[in-house]
Every structure is written in structure tokens, then in C-alpha cells.
Design a protein around this ligand. Structure first.
Ligand code: CA
Length: 232
């Protein structure tokens, strides 16, 4: 979610994030930002400090009462960063205007690669260091053990089917283009039919007992690709 009252800047940031596969919403003021964040549950909030009405500091404090999402605070002056860090408003990272949209995307990507302590929307198995488990509703994907359970029942996936599912669950709410998902599973240099991923996805859905018209786990993002969800 991009919270910025300067429309051109908001659209620029959003377009770079979308190009990188993110599902982006733009909000122009602080009150709407808090309201939207409650309903939409974004993974990352890019939050401008100077906003009409409730400012970025108040928005960040308010967000922290109900969400553990990543917050990148955007300020107009570099001196403000120290002040904000001192205020302990709870942002995860800071960017000073003017910033390059590429830098923003790089920062967001870097944050999302870091597992959050305790895990927020998805659960990390804390039993053993490095043991990664993701839970989405009744779906439990043990990344480390390469094991999938739905409602406690084991689901037998092929290696590629598992890799496709693991990519999706590793980034809940990210919209994956076919090309990006293909690159993730088969590697960057792979040349082949991009719709191969659809075939594997269809198999994963069938095995999970997921209905494409009323998905519990994997949603089709029309004209684009796939996204994990709904996350309940
Ligand atoms: Ca502003």
C-alpha cells in the first residue's frame, strides 16, 4: 500500500512495485490509510510523512496497534530520519525524497526476504532454527521437510508442483506473473512455454482440493498469473 498525497509520485512508486509483481493500492491521506490497512492487510506500507490530516507518524503508530506489516517511511528531509528513529514510531525502514523508485523496490524486496520474528500472517515453526513452515487456513506447507498437509491429511505433490506451491506460500498476497513464477521455479535462463506453470498449478489445485472458481488457497489473477490467498 502506497500512502502519498502527491499523486504523480504515488503512481510512479506504484508502477515500479507492480512491475516487480506486487499488488498495489494507493491511498492519499492518513485516515484512509489506517482504514484501508485494516481491511486490506497489506504486507508492506510505503508511508509518506507529510500527509493531509493524520500525518505519517500518527498513521504508523496507529498501524502498529493492529498490524505487523513492513512500513517504509518516506520523508522530505534527511534530518527527519534521526528524529523519527528517536520517536520510535515503529517503521522498518526510511527513505528520503527524492528517491529512485528502483531503490524503493530494492528496499521492499530486501525486507521481504527477512523472516519476521514470530511470523505474522504466516507461521514459522519455531521448533528448530531455520525450519520453515507456512500455514494458510487449513493448508500447512512445511518448506524444510517438503511436506504438504490439508486439514491434517498429507498431499502428495511432485517436486515441481511443490516448488510452485512453495514459491506462492513464501510470499503471501504477492501476485506472481507466469514469467516470474516460471523464473522462480525453473530458473532465470529457462526457455519454454510459460503456460507450463498453469499445468502444474492446475495439478496442485486438484490435489489440494481447491476449486479455481472458489479458491481457498490459490487465486487466479486475471490476465496476469497467480496469488496465494485468501489468507485466513
Ligand atoms: Ca506528502
Amino acid at each position: 500500500m502506497v500512502v502519498e498525497d502527491e499523486e504523480a509520485l504515488a503512481r510512479l512508486a506504484a508502477s515500479y512495485l507492480q512491475r516487480d509483481g506486487f499488488d498495489v493500492e494507493i491511498v492519499g491521506d492518513g485516515d484512509s490509510a489506517v482504514e484501508r490497512a485494516r481491511a486490506w492487510e497489506p504486507d508492506v506500507v510505503v508511508l509518506d510523512l507529510g500527509l493531509p490530516g493524520m500525518d505519517g507518524v500518527e498513521v504508523c503508530r496507529s498501524l502498529r496497534t493492529f498490524t505487523d506489516c513492513y512500513v517504509v517511511m518516506v520523508t522530505a528531509r534527511v534530518e527527519e530520519v534521526d528524529r523519527l528513529i528517536g520517536l520510535a514510531v515503529g517503521a522498518d525502514d526510511y527513505l528520503t525524497k527524492p528517491f529512485s523508485p528502483r531503490e524503493l523496490v530494492a528496499r521492499v524486496q530486501a525486507m521481504l526476504r527477512r523472516p519476521r520474528a514470530g511470523g505474522a500472517a504466516t507461521g514459522f515453526d519455531t521448533g528448530e532454527p531455520g525450519h520453515e513452515v507456512r500455514v494458510v487456513g487449513t493448508l500447512r506447507v512445511d518448506i524444510t521437510a517438503r511436506e504438504v498437509l490439508v486439514g491434517g491429511e498429507t498431499v502428495d505433490l511432485t517436486r515441481t508442483e511443490f516448488d510452485v506451491l512453495a514459491a506462492l506460500v513464501s510470499h503471501p498476497r504477492r501476485a506472481w506473473s507466469r514469467a516470474r513464477l516460471t523464473a522462480e521455479v525453473w530458473g532465470e535462463g529457462w526457455v519454454g512455454d510459460p503456460h507450463l506453470v498453469d499445468v502444474h498449478l492446475a495439478n496442485v489445485r486438484r490435489k489440494l482440493g481447491d476449486d479455481a472458481s472458489a479458491p481457498r488457497f490459490i487465486q487466479t489473477v486475471r490476465g496476469y498469473g497467480y496469488r496465494l490467498g485468501p489468507c485466513t
